[in-house]
Structure formats: structure tokens, C-alpha cells
Design a protein around this ligand. Structure first.
Ligand SMILES: [Zn+2]
Ligand SMILES: [Zn+2]
Length: 211
């Protein structure tokens, strides 16, 4: 049965709320979010460096001065513990209550959400809203902390290796223009992507017609 992915709205052959790409992307974003939280925290509390040639004057140690706009930004990560609780409710499961600062709760939320991502994609009607908020949080924060975007997924590698298709997932890293296969080292520069698509169809779904 065909369904439409609740995040990217592409038709998916799976009977699920999220397509395979969106499930994988959501997992990758979740994995990077606790690191971004740490980076944001470091940015917020970074003390100003004093010049080295300060002379014999007494060096006062400046206390960290958090910036309020940044604090507000960091509080947006609170959607993750909320989604964790909503997911556990929906699955009728319990996990130990997590106390501590937001950073600790973000780490715990990501652990639970990644663990059940298969169930989320397949069974949770809220999967599209959840994955959309994770994407928005990720995109908002990566512009602040200067992290690259996720690599674009370009489908399986169709290169024949010992007579069989390689099949490794091809990724196009953010701000790069050449797709490279990490298994067989094939390269697909711009201009070959249409041919790549045709080859993938021919190798992996020989009954489907290229469009
Ligand atoms: Zn999708
Ligand atoms: Zn390959």
C-alpha cells in the first residue's frame, strides 16, 4: 500500500507515517542536537579573553555573563523532553523520571526518542509533527552554532562490485558538490546525477519506468 510521508510529503512504498529518508534524517538530527546544546551553552558562557600584554595590572577573573537572548534560544530545546513524554504516553511505557538541568533532560529525551524511532515512523500519528519540530529546532540551532546541514541522501550506490550492485547509501555532504561512495569510492560529480538516477532504477527496481 502506498502512503504519503507526513514530513516530506513524498509518496512512500512503506505503510508508515515517515518515509525511510525522513526517519533516518530525524535520527541524525536527534543525534546531533545534544552536541548543539553543549555548543550553545559554551557560546553563552564564554568569558572574554583578556589581551596577553596586560602588564602588571591585577587580572580580574570576569564571571561568565550569559546572554539573555541566548538563554531564551536554549530553552527551545525543551520541546525534546516534551516529545519524549508524549511518546512514552502513546506507547504506554514508563521510563525513570529524569531530573536535573535541561541539558541532562535533552540527552535523556534523545536517547528515548532515538530508541523508539522505528515505532514512531510506523505507528505514531504524531510522527509528522514530531519530526517537523525536530527539523525546525535543528535548522534554527545549526545556523546559530554554525553547524553544517545534514548530507542529502542520494539513494543506493548502483556501481557493480564483483558483479553485484554496491548498494551503499550515497550522501552529498552540505556545501559539497560531488557525491562519493564510502564503500566502493565511486564518484558522481554534478552533471551525472540524472544518469545516476537512471542507473539506480535499472539496477534496484528494473520493473519501474524511469520518469
Ligand atoms: Zn519523508
Ligand atoms: Zn559504492
Amino acid at each position: 500500500m502506498n502512503a504519503t510521508c507526513a514530513l516530506c510529503e513524498r509518496v512512500t512504498v512503506l505503510d508508515a507515517y515517515l518515509c525511510e529518508n525522513c526517519r533516518l534524517d530525524t535520527g541524525d538530527r536527534l543525534e546531533r542536537l545534544p552536541v548543539m546544546y553543549e555548543e550553545l551553552t559554551l557560546m553563552l558562557f564564554r568569558t572574554r579573553q583578556r589581551p596577553a600584554d596586560d602588564g602588571p595590572r591585577a587580572r580580574a577573573v570576569e564571571p561568565p555573563t550569559p546572554n539573555l537572548a541566548g538563554m531564551h534560544l536554549r530553552s527551545e530545546f525543551a520541546v525534546l523532553p516534551s516529545w519524549r513524554n508524549a511518546l512514552l504516553d502513546a506507547m504506554q511505557r514508563t521510563e525513570p523520571v529524569v531530573t536535573g538541568d535541561l541539558g541532562a533532560r535533552v540527552v535523556e529525551a534523545v536517547r528515548v526518542l532515538r530508541k523508539h524511532l522505528g515505532w514512531v515512523a510506523k505507528e505514531w500519528p504524531a510522527a509528522g509533527d514530531f519530526a517537523g519540530e525536530v527539523r525546525d529546532l535543528f535548522n534554527g540551532m545549526r545556523t546559530v552554532v554554525g553547524e553544517p546541514d545534514l548530507a542529502a541522501r542520494m539513494g543506493p550506490c548502483p556501481t557493480l562490485v564483483d558483479g553485484r550492485p554496491c548498494g551503499a547509501p550515497l550522501l552529498l555532504p552540505d556545501r559539497e558538490s560531488v557525491v562519493r561512495c564510502q564503500w566502493c569510492s565511486s564518484r558522481f560529480p554534478p552533471g551525472t546525477w540524472l544518469a545516476l538516477k537512471r542507473e539506480q532504477l535499472a539496477v534496484f527496481s528494473p520493473t519501474a519506468k524511469a520518469s
